[in-house]
Write a protein that binds this ligand. Structure first.
Ligand SMILES: [Zn+2]
Length: 310
């Protein structure tokens, strides 16, 4: 039986742990359209074989952690696509597919399943800020479904505000599983790094504030800089390393804003394997020992990391 405590003991002793790459961006790359209103979650029901295969591919190339395809599958995340009535079904199916992938691949090491929850309904309008209570209720429901379905720990992804990061971490904490907290960073107007995405979807909160918002919540076991530009990630990690003593990690993306002004989606620009690996070396130098990839990062990239970094 895989022990999540063992994984965290290894991280605290400095072992490098490779996690998976992008899942949402692998879906269209494999010919399956994303839902225009809710992104990747619908595919758990419509194309389960593709999702399971993505997880299996990441395990085969050396990922020790696979992340469920539940990025925007909280009730609020699914609302815009009228899929909110399927909140339970979509989240349960996602965990089942990850568990099946782990069973199908006879890996020579323990594989852990991280249940993803992300920032508050950004597909509707990322500038709408929820109340803490509204965010907490939203995450409580998703966290409970993910925990009951059998995840090993929670991974909070693409948080750009401390308000909903705190709500998600508190909701996850009630389930008694470890929590990795992932923030997206970008450049503020004055050139400093702050929480946020490109296109000004942020409130200029600092990495220090991001750590302080959740570090004392029971279960918080790691911080990641993720879904952020490769070139900002090392500097972000250096700040993060100074603000916390718990393990830190990085999984950057390889995307740019769409050239179509009517398209709020971003376009994948695949980096070369060498380029991604070189950036990852820098992240390790900055103190990270959880390394993987986000949007636009493929199983080939993760294989390259496994071969060159471990
Ligand atoms: Zn991403």
């Amino acid at each position: 039986m895989a022990s999540i405590d063992n994984l965290h003991n290894r991280l605290r002793s400095g072992d490098l742990v490779i996690i998976d790459g992008g899942t949402g961006t692998e879906i269209p790359r494999r010919g399956v359209p994303l839902c225009p209103d809710t992104w990747s979650g619908r595919a758990n029901l419509t194309h389960p074989d593709v999702i399971r295969q993505i997880h299996e591919d990441y395990i085969r190339v050396g990922a020790e952690v696979i992340i469920t395809n539940t990025f925007w599958t909280s009730r609020k995340g699914l609302e815009k696509g009228n899929l909110d009535s399927k909140t339970s079904e979509i989240n349960r199916k996602a965990v089942k597919l990850a568990i099946e992938a782990r069973q199908n691949v006879k890996a020579d090491k323990d594989i852990f399943i991280a249940g993803s929850m992300s920032t508050f309904f950004p597909m509707s309008d990322p500038n709408v800020i929820p109340s803490y209570e509204e965010a907490l209720a939203n995450y409580r429901e998703q966290a409970q479904i993910l925990a009951e379905a059998g995840i090993d720990f929670f991974i909070l992804e693409m948080f750009i505000r401390t308000l909903d990061a705190r709500a998600a971490a508190n909701a996850a904490s009630e389930l008694g599983l470890p929590i990795w907290v992932g923030y997206s960073i970008t450049e503020s107007a004055d050139g400093d790094l702050c929480l946020g995405l490109r296109q000004d979807k942020h409130g200029n909160e600092t990495i220090k504030e991001a750590v302080e918002a959740v570090e004392n919540i029971d279960g918080v076991a790691a911080f990641c800089i993720m879904h952020s530009d490769m070139k900002h990630t090392q500097a972000g990690l250096t700040i993060l390393r100074n603000e916390t003593s718990i393990p830190i990690g990085a999984y950057a993306h390889s995307i740019e804003p769409s050239k179509d002004p009517n398209d709020e989606w971003e376009t994948v620009v695949e980096s070369s394997l060498d380029e991604y690996c070189n950036y990852a070396h820098g992240w390790i130098l900055a103190g990270a020992n959880i390394i993987g990839g986000c949007c636009g990062v493929t199983p080939d990239h993760i294989q390259e990391l496994s071969k060159n970094l471990t």
